[in-house]
Design a protein around this ligand. Structure first.
Ligand code: ZN
Length: 165
């Protein structure tokens, strides 16, 4: 055991010499001494290596705490009332994101169908139980998303302000 330690010391000394005298890279030193560049780095920067070790221990610890927190959050997260799928974190009631996405899709289809029937946004809002403003912004979003919802061309009443008396 003692001999091995001595040999290691000798190698480190040799590495230091190669570094200082010949200005070799860690990799080159490692090749000469038959070790990896990382080992050479550790030999020549013992303080740094120690710090790195401490850092990784601290990281591991923090990571474990993080994982434990995640696991407990996960365990307390709710179940979707529709598909019984696991809800995403921080959601405990109602339906999961997947179901909500499907709802949104269904809703868009309903809006598009009603729009295709020539219903006004006010009528669509009444059917879906929401406000006209919501429907208008939905329609705008849907158009941006590529839904085919041609704008209505309706004869508009002239605005009262434009009427001259
Ligand atoms: Zn669901």
């Amino acid at each position: 055991m003692r001999k091995v330690a001595c040999e290691r010391e000798a190698l480190i000394e040799q590495a230091r010499k190669l570094r200082e005298d010949e200005r070799l890279t860690y990799r080159q030193i490692g090749e000469r001494l038959g070790v990896g560049a990382t080992t050479v780095n550790r030999w020549l920067n013992p303080d740094h290596a120690k710090k790195q070790n401490a850092g990784s221990v601290a990281w591991k610890h923090a990571h474990q705490e993080h994982r434990a927190a995640y696991a407990s959050k996960r365990a307390s997260s709710g179940v979707c009332s529709r598909c019984s799928g696991r809800m995403s974190l921080n959601h405990t009631g109602g339906v999961c994101l997947t179901c909500r996405g499907q709802d949104a899709e269904t809703r868009c289809e309903r809006i598009a169908a009603l729009w295709g029937q020539g219903r006004t946004s006010t009528e669509i809002a009444a059917v879906l139980g929401t406000t006209r403003g919501t429907i208008c912004s939905d329609i705008m979003r849907m158009r941006e998303a590529g839904w085919d919802m041609p704008p209505r061309r309706r004869a508009r009443q002239p605005s009262p302000k434009l009427v001259t008396t």
